[in-house]
Design a protein around this ligand. Structure first.
Ligand code: NAD
Ligand code: WQD
Length: 346
């Protein structure tokens, strides 16, 4: 039985494919490569030494998805495919609703037609909006403060409705906190197109000289050093969390949400200091105004994932930054050298 991984060529998807292949799963990647490179797929094959299938397909293309499900005995789906840039979502709301909400609906429709009812969905801590208290547990009020956040919240709500409508559905909404880090081999990592929006890719691009200096967004938050605090989680821990969630959806019915974080928050200045220790590079930075829409403090209560998935993040901050730095230093231009995709990798 195979696992369909939509968005499997992307940052979190590619690391999860490695984990799945190493655990002996049969993997089918569905990705239209709109925000990723075929080179990432070659490298999954390279580091695992295992073959897998790849379909270059938009999840909104139901005919093409039908063909994927018709051609394989699919047991479950992990749905990463989606667009994730908060600022872009403000400018292109229709693209975001179409891709993230209608795309999830199209996928579920095809799954239903093929009798596949097990789904692990990429949600986000963004569904907590401005958290009322930290650590944030899954029962905290949900709200969204930008179109991207609303797409994740709507998709979660649609999935909850689906689970109520038909008891055959088993759905795990995984709410990621701040994914960082890269594969130990230095061969896979985050490869943002254009100027990175997120802190860690921005820091590493300053460190390799691609960007001049880091702007620290806000030095007057009500935190010990005045800068924003987040729960950074290693992408390899996140990948392992997906395998645990997959095992879980085989055993329960309904829709459940799980926070995937470490439960520990670090400020921007702590991140800069830790990066300096790991890389030996002293990052040039200036403290600027707050970024609109940012919250002061956000970190997870991960006890539900520990109790029900048997999953806890194992890797600490220095390891996250060491692995990110290895990836960035060895691949200053990301997956630049693209190779022609074929159907079967490995
Ligand atoms: P990514 O952009 O690296 O990966 C997404 C992949 O999906 C890309 O390979 C892209 O080409 C593909 N894709 C997008 N739309 C598609 C479509 N319609 N059809 C087929 N393929 C499509 O992003 P990521 O960081 O790996 O994130 C994966 C998922 O996790 C996304 O849904 C994102 O919203 C969610 N998430 C990410 C973060 C984060 O900070 N990285 C945090 C919380 C949630
Ligand atoms: C982290 C901290 C910034 C960049 C975003 C999305 C969220 C989720 C993860 C998908 C904050 C500060 C950042 C910079 C800075 N994505 N910062 N200078 O904002 O917590 O979450 O990515 O679901 O939805 O909103 O992550 O990495 O952008 O910021 O000072 O150049 O770093 O203010 O305190 P964020 P981030």
């Amino acid at each position: 039985m195979a696992i369909v991984v939509t968005g499997g060529a992307g940052y979190i998807g590619s690391h999860t494919c490695i984990e799945l292949l190493n655990e002996g799963y049969e993997v089918i990647v569905v990705d239209d490569l709109r925000n990723s490179k075929a080179e990432a797929l070659h490298r999954i094959g390279e580091v695992t030494g295992r073959p897998f299938q790849f379909y270059r397909t938009d999840v909104l293309n139901e005919d093409a998805l039908e063909a994927v499900f018709a051609g394989h005995a699919v047991e479950a789906v992990i749905h990463f495919a989606g667009m994730k840039a908060v600022g872009e979502s403000v400018l292109l709301p229709l693209s975001y609703y179409r891709n993230n909400v209608a795309g999830t609906m199209a996928l579920c429709q095809v799954m239903q037609r093929h009798g596949v009812f097990k789904l692990v969905f990429s949600s986000s801590a963004t569904v907590y909006g401005v958290p009322g208290q930290v650590p944030i547990s899954e029962g905290a009020p949900l709200s969204a403060i930008n179109p991207y956040g609303r797409t994740k919240l709507m998709a979660e709500e649609i999935l909850r409705d689906l689970a109520v409508s038909d008891p055959r559905w088993s759905i795990a909404n995984l709410r990621y906190f701040n994914p960082v880090g890269a594969h130990k081999s230095g061969r896979l990592g985050e490869d943002p197109s254009g100027i990175p929006n997120n802190l860690v890719p921005y820091m590493t691009q300053v460190a390799v000289g691609k960007l001049r200096q880091l702007q620290v967004f806000g030095g007057d938050y009500p935190t010990p050093d005045g800068t924003g605090i987040r729960d950074y989680i290693h992408v390899l821990d996140l990948a392992a969390g997906h395998v645990k969630a997959l095992e879980r959806v085989k055993r329960f019915q309904g829709a459940e949400s799980y926070n995937l974080g470490t439960g520990r928050g670090y400020s921007v200045l702590e991140m800069i200091a830790a990066f300096g220790r790991v890389s030996g590079v002293e990052l040039p930075y200036i403290i600027t105004d707050r970024r609109p829409g940012d919250v002061a403090v956000c970190y997870a209560d991960c006890s539900k994932a520990a109790a029900e998935l048997g999953w806890t993040a194992e890797r600490g901050l220095e390891e996250m930054l060491e692995d990110t730095w290895r990836w960035q230093a060895q691949n200053p231009d990301g997956y630049r050298a693209d190779r022609i995709p074929s159907i079967l990798y490995g």
